[in-house]
Design a protein around this ligand. Structure first.
Ligand code: FMN
Length: 170
């Protein structure tokens, strides 16, 4: 058994959290994972927000459509990219996933809440007083899991191919 593979494969969205705070060491580790994500041309044109104030968490939750549970999370990360950077979306998505895996490696669950393409992206940015050259890509509420629902995953043979796409040959 390989621990890294087990961590990656077992990650699932967690939307209900215990009140237990997430320690500074865990937060730093998760951010270190995020900032080590790959970026096009090594641009690293991003900004990571860490939100722990209850009133801010509630305000963010209220702005979202499918992220109301942010209000009850002990912490929420916000990933922003420079809007004029061609690859901001790819870069910030890579960082988001690494952030989530870094948290999960410490037993902290999280859930990706959409930011990019959402009407509330600008309002979240304004609320957090982030400069307008940045745009919100994702919100990542996190905490020790209170509950965790497992959703089915498609079998690998249905979603992969080797060399050329087509029905498997005998
Ligand atoms: C781009 C993106 C946006 C998402 N937005 C939301 C969201 O707004 N609210 C939410 O509860 N989950 C959101 N999710 C989480 C997905 O619902 C979840 O990843 C999916 O159901 C698969 O479940 P799993 O994460 O447990 O594997 C989002 C995931 C991605 C990748």
């Amino acid at each position: 058994m390989n621990l890294g593979i087990t961590i990656i494969k077992s990650r699932r969205s967690v939307r209900q959290y215990k009140d237990t705070p997430v320690s500074g060491d865990v937060i730093s580790d998760a951010l270190e994972c995020a900032r080590n994500a790959p970026t096009a041309k090594n641009g690293q044109n991003w900004l990571f927000g860490v939100i722990t104030e209850k009133n801010l968490l509630k305000s963010i939750a209220d702005l979202t459509d499918h992220g109301k549970f942010i209000a009850d999370a002990p912490i929420c990360f916000a990933v922003f990219g420079e809007r004029d950077w061609t690859y901001y979306l790819e870069d910030c998505c890579a960082a988001t996933e690494q952030l989530m895996l870094g948290l999960w490696a410490h037993g902290v669950g999280s859930c990706w809440v959409a930011g990019d393409k959402k009407d509330y992206a600008g309002e979240v940015r304004d609320l957090l007083q982030v400069p307008p050259e940045y745009t919100l890509v994702s919100l990542i509420p996190a905490g020790y899991p209170e509950d965790m629902k497992l959703v089915p995953k498609k079998p690998l043979e249905d979603i992969s191919f080797t060399n050329r796409w087509g029905p498997a040959k005998e």
